[in-house]
Design a protein around this ligand. Structure first.
Ligand code: RB5
Length: 148
């Protein structure tokens, strides 16, 4: 799978670890930065990851900041992005299966690298169920986006 990944300074180190993990699993990883741990702004990386998805260069995105929250808020401002913070494997796969989540946001000050790898794997290996009830709800979410 083609996966875009980005992080601010708070998430830089975990991003590096997750990038190596994903490559080892055979995925193509588009790293949009940051490329060091100097202070940077999470909205820049949310925009860059969303851009890769919007341009169909990536199917999924991963954002890492200190808590995951700032990056998630920024990512959800971008049309077509359905981002969520998830630090557990259940919501990481169910968020995709039921809600078509396409960006996973992680907080590097909350989660350790080994659990983060399991959460990322649950997210990446999950597929939207396409069940009618979930399609209907997704349509309603889309309608909200379209109305603004
Ligand atoms: C940066 O210090 C921190 O605020 C940021 O990484 C993130 O946690 C925001 O949600």
């Amino acid at each position: 799978m083609r996966i875009a990944i980005g992080a601010d300074h708070g998430g830089f180190e975990l991003k590096e670890e997750l990038t190596a993990f994903l490559k080892k699993q055979g995925h193509t990883v588009l790293d949009v930065g940051a490329y060091n741990d100097r202070p940077s702004d999470y909205p820049d990386f949310a925009l860059a990851v969303a851009g890769k998805i919007g341009e169909n260069e990536a199917v999924r995105g991963i954002l890492v900041c200190g808590s995951g929250v700032g990056a998630c808020i920024a990512a959800n401002k971008i049309p077509g992005i359905r981002a969520s913070v998830s630090h557990d494997t259940f919501s990481a796969h169910q968020g995709v299966e039921d809600d078509a989540m396409n960006v996973l946001c992680l907080g590097a000050r909350i989660i350790g690298p080994r659990l983060a790898e399991e959460v990322v794997a649950a997210f990446i290996n999950a597929r939207f169920s396409k069940a009618q009830r979930h399609r209907k709800r997704l349509r309603k979410v889309q309608d909200i986006e379209d109305s603004y």
